[in-house]
Design a protein. Sequence first.
Length: 470
Amino acid sequence: AAEAAERTALADDAVLVRRAPGALITERAVRALIAAAHSAPAAPVWLAPDGSIASAGLLTHEGAPYRALASHPREDAQALGEVLPVTALDAPVQASRAAAGGAPRTLLAEAVLGPAPSGVPRLSHRAGDTPDAAAPSPRGLRADGWSGGAAPSPRYTRSPERFVLPDGSEVPRLRWAIKTAAPAGPRGESWGETHFARALAGALERHGQYVAVDARPALDRASSGLDDVVLALRGPHPLPAPSSAHTILWIISHPDEITSAEAAGYDHVYAASTSWAATATQRFGLPVLPLLQCTDAQRFAPSGLPRSADLVFVGTARGIARPSVVEPLRAGRPVRVYGPDWRGYIPGSAIAGTHVDNDALPALYESAGAVLNDHWPAMRREGFVSNRLFDVVAAGGRAISDDVDGIADLFGAAVRTYDQIPELLALTSAPLDAKFCSDAELAEISRRIRAEHSFDARARTLLDDVLTRG
């Protein structure tokens, strides 16, 4: 009898996790759900295939259920805190104890990517049993009414706010949407634009702004009308400008694909090349201002790591035998390569890994003898300096790169450049220390890059231009 009672107690305390077909969720999120479900049923925020919110749980209005924050960016849910009490869970992954109890809640820091919901939401119990809760109002929004239809929907408007910057100046808190060409979900995590956008979002938020990052499928999410400013990071694909917000185009790559019609669709246009911006201004007949690439000074900073004699390269093979990597290896230089698709181009012994976590890059750059870098032909031709060079030097590292107009002025002797392969081989020969400036000079260059070319500096430029040029 005692053994049976123990089995029953264990069964009552067990947590059941239900996962619908096609739902993608991280191990961390599942663990968080299990921990939370010991006290009450829990679910993560449900993200639709485009990366916007499908549901943050079911709430009710006049007894009728609706999906909280549907079509909003995920950042709106995260801004509400750790949990959102809901009338009922609404996600393709849910967790609860076998002996269910407690009020259901959505864990706002966790998410599951799944197929979009079909049909109107329904409750498993009588609507009259559930009191209505106020519609969540995140990040400068105010629910001031309801829209009808098959299911009720809160009608949001902007609620003006002000923010005092560290220098004492006061600015309005605007809602920004940074648009990227990256895919939604796990595939987008390997895109540099995704991390660039998040770093810029963090900098804008430190300037009092509300910022969301949208993957390419969410360019036209249904809640876009609530955005005050839309900033498109122009990479490999054009990103059509919306008509409902102040619009900014920041051209960070693929300058050869930009047309005057695309640029004319935006209120402000920036380019990560001083020379190309001047040329484009003449060619397009509209202002194109230079706004160079930059670094996340919150992450990339020297930490005093010892420097090795190894050359390091981070990036893909691009389907070619990239001379910046292949030629030093052929000459017997000690090169460690991190990135996919290199097999068949270089010896397997040179491949140190197929991936480097973003959090590991600062230490890798600082501790390398030098970081090898090159540019796409169009970027090199048009003076678009790689953001990797900003990261390397900000972290206290040194780099060897193909020559691009502006590198010498930006980085001095922290980055050495070449035009031809013999120059590359000379720069990569030992001793590397003889090719670069002193440690004291490098420290000063690194400090200047972090101060003048950080995401925070770029955020202040963007914010000032929006507020002054309107």
